[in-house]
Design a protein around this ligand. Structure first.
Ligand SMILES: NC(=O)c1ccc[n+]([C@@H]2O[C@H](COP(=O)([O-])OP(=O)(O)OC[C@H]3O[C@@H](n4cnc5c(N)ncnc54)[C@H](OP(=O)(O)O)[C@@H]3O)[C@@H](O)[C@H]2O)c1
Length: 290
């Protein structure tokens, strides 16, 4: 059985289910700019058509350069970038978007995401301000979408209450919510909720930043299916209808992470991986953002 390489978003736009994660934050194997650019070009050469970046990753310019230098047409690439939390607010969002496009050397992006719902809030006075910043930023994303500057818009790290806030304000729902998703932090309640309300769930850190690669269950499934542990974890995302963005700058591992469509975990093996949950996050935590 082979799995689909694209998912249709609710506006009909097709998004490749495996994207290239490009955050180098906390990565043990450091690479220089040229190696990074070469890894993006290699990914495009071997078939990746979805690149996930953000202003926060400080590499939009390098990705723009790699796309320009690659033989793949810009229009074939599903390019995602994200609004940095310090840039939230209506006018600031519009400006930040233009700046990201300039860095990426493009005149549109395929998906623009609000990267994080805000900053951890302490004083009560901050709460209303934080809510307003989210709503104003979302309004700006709606404008960018309506003006044809992005083909889809969404959010990242939004919890149920942040999505409900948009509904209460009578605004449109995001097309995507990109959140941490791997068997040690399966985010099941939020995954369920997004599925219920028609927000496509996208997962990040699918390998738990490498923490899951030596898990006994993952290793035994790798042996059973004659696949690598990373391929098992990525196939699990796809089997759960989750778009995912494994990050690697290593040429062999890029290929390994893209070759995950030619098998399918059985339902019981999918469940086995759901049962590994430990609520153990490897990335930032939106819990305290009110
Ligand atoms: N929206 C958000 O707030 C948010 C937060 C975190 C991440 N993200 C996105 O998600 C992407 C991926 O997440 P992540 O980088 O945190 O974690 P990840 O993809 O779970 O793991 C990446 C780490 O695993 C290694 N690796 C990759 N493929 C491998 C393989 N086949 N076998 C063994 N090791 C492998 C990589 O090293 P090598 O490069 O050496 O292969 C890297 O150190 C990011 O790049 C970013 O685009 C988004």
């Amino acid at each position: 059985m082979s799995l689909d390489k694209r998912i249709k978003l609710k506006n009909g736009v097709e998004m490749p289910v495996i994207g290239l994660g490009t955050s180098l934050r906390g990565k043990p194997n450091k690479v220089d700019n040229q190696q990074f650019i070469d890894s993006i070009k290699h990914a495009l050469n071997i078939g990746y058509r979805h690149i996930d970046t953000a202003k926060a990753y400080n590499n939009e310019n390098l990705i723009g350069q790699a796309i320009k230098e690659s033989s793949v047409d810009r229009k074939e690439i599903f390019l995602v970038t994200k609004l940095f939390p310090d840039d939230m607010g209506f006018e600031k969002t519009l400006k930040a978007f233009e700046k990201s496009c300039k860095q990426l050397q493009v005149d549109y992006v395929d998906l623009y995401l609000i990267h994080f719902p805000g900053k951890p809030n302490k004083p009560d006075a901050q709460l209303e301000k934080s809510r307003q910043l989210r709503l104003d930023s979302w309004k700006a994303l709606e404008k960018l979408y309506n003006d044809g500057k992005c083909r889809a818009i969404g959010v990242s790290n939004f919890m149920k209450r942040h999505l409900e806030e948009l509904l209460e304000a009578g605004m449109s729902l995001p097309m995507i919510n990109q959140c941490e998703f791997h068997p040690y932090y399966n985010n099941k309640d939020l995954w369920d909720y997004c599925n219920q309300i028609g927000v496509q769930f996208e997962g990040y850190s699918p390998l738990g930043k490498g923490n899951l690669l030596n898990d006994d269950v993952v290793l035994s499934l790798a042996q059973k299916y004659s696949k690598t542990p990373a391929q098992i974890l990525l196939n699990w995302c796809l089997r759960n209808n989750v778009i995912t963005v494994p990050g690697s700058t290593n040429l062999e591992r890029l290929e390994e992470n893209f070759n995950v469509f030619d098998f399918s975990l059985s339902d019981s093996d999918v469940d086995l991986l759901w049962n590994l949950n430990k609520n153990e996050k490897v990335s930032w935590d939106p819990t305290n953002v009110v």
